[in-house]
Design a protein around this ligand. Structure first.
Ligand code: SF4
Ligand code: SF4
Length: 76
């Protein structure tokens, strides 16, 4: 059976930096930007290691504003 590879896209302009997705990721792959802010002035979430994401969708489920889209694909 192929491994599932995940990828996420964060809508950084809608992110309000609440940190919920950072806490929710079981693989600890999300962080808030240390310096950069979006147009509203919030530090936004970004993935710190694209290779490890398994597409579990925890981050997207907890985001109160639906800022995260998760893609999953099966790898051979
Ligand atoms: S889909 Fe799962 S593994 Fe990937 S960043 Fe979100 S919470 Fe982490
Ligand atoms: S849960 Fe949503 S709003 Fe909160 S930091 Fe993550 S992406 Fe941003």
């Amino acid at each position: 059976m192929g491994k599932i590879k995940g990828a996420i896209i964060v809508d950084r302009e809608r992110c309000k930096g609440c940190n919920l997705c950072v806490v929710a990721c079981p693989l600890d792959l999300l962080t808030l930007t240390p310096k950069a802010v979006n147009q509203k002035g919030y530090h936004y979430a970004e993935q710190n290691n694209e290779d490890l994401c398994n597409g579990c969708t925890s981050c997207a489920i907890v985001c109160p504003d639906g800022c995260i889209t998760v893609y999953r694909k099966k790898e051979d």
